[in-house]
Write a protein that binds this ligand. Structure first.
Ligand code: SF4
Length: 225
């Protein structure tokens, strides 16, 4: 366990919609803070870590729309909060923001001790510090405004590499990034951007050619968070 505070922007129970864990009931914990700067980011409200944005646990968990407000909590406090909320899911997805700005060793080890499985969704621009059993999903963010490189060590640690694609250039980018990475024990998932028909067609074809996995954002098809 660490005495690090986890700053949480959102927490809710749902179904994992993407990647290898698609369909699995999960508690999503969205951490505050990200310097990566993807222009199309759909969680820009998590970028700023400013103590003036700290709010109460109740206010953050029950907020009805996205906001920059967050609360800080310890590893043990978070587990107690899961219980208090009456969550049933036994899979915990730590996302962001960029969750690997935090040392997640303490919380992920605690989760596994308590019978949960854990997953981290990261951009690959920070080292993933977590339990050995944690499933690490890297969606590599290359050449973004923040100027962070995708780390080879993050790609090596990844269990799953999930890449959004719309055109062949995105597949080529991924190939360049993965050159020299041993993919033997990893799952590579291609995810068509915005459910576009051409992107889906390209993803299907490439997955079949390479024996990769197709990741559909199923939560968007069924209209859940
Ligand atoms: S890494 Fe994720 S949270 Fe950060 S800017 Fe990119 S998409 Fe947004």
């Amino acid at each position: 366990m660490t005495d690090q505070v986890l700053n949480i922007n959102e927490m809710f129970e749902t179904i994992q919609g993407e990647g290898v864990y698609t369909g699995v009931p999960a508690i999503f914990v969205r951490l505050q803070g990200c310097p990566v700067g993807c222009p199309w980011c759909d969680t820009k409200h998590t970028w700023t870590l400013d103590e003036n944005l700290i709010d109460s646990v109740d206010a953050v968990i029950n907020k009805s729309e996205e906001s920059e407000r967050f609360f800080g909590i310890s590893d043990l406090g978070l587990l107690a909060l899961f219980e208090q909320q009456g969550y049933n899911a036994k899979h915990v997805v730590i996302t962001g923001g960029e969750p690997c700005m935090y040392d997640l060793t303490g919380i992920t080890e605690l989760l596994h001790e308590r019978g949960f499985t854990s997953q981290i969704e990261t951009s690959g621009t920070f080292e993933a510090k977590c339990a050995q059993q944690t499933w690490v999903t890297v969606s590599p963010k290359v050449n973004m405004k923040g100027g962070y490189d995708v780390l080879t060590s993050a790609l090596q640690r990844a269990n799953e590499i999930k890449h959004p694609i719309a055109m062949q250039k995105h597949v080529d980018e991924l190939d360049a990034l993965l050159a020299g990475i041993d993919l033997t024990d990893k799952v590579v998932c291609l995810q068509p951007i915005s459910q576009q028909a051409r992107a889906t067609e390209l993803a299907i074809k490439t997955c079949i050619d390479r024996n990769w996995r197709l990741s559909l954002q199923t939560h968007k098809y069924v209209g859940i968070a």
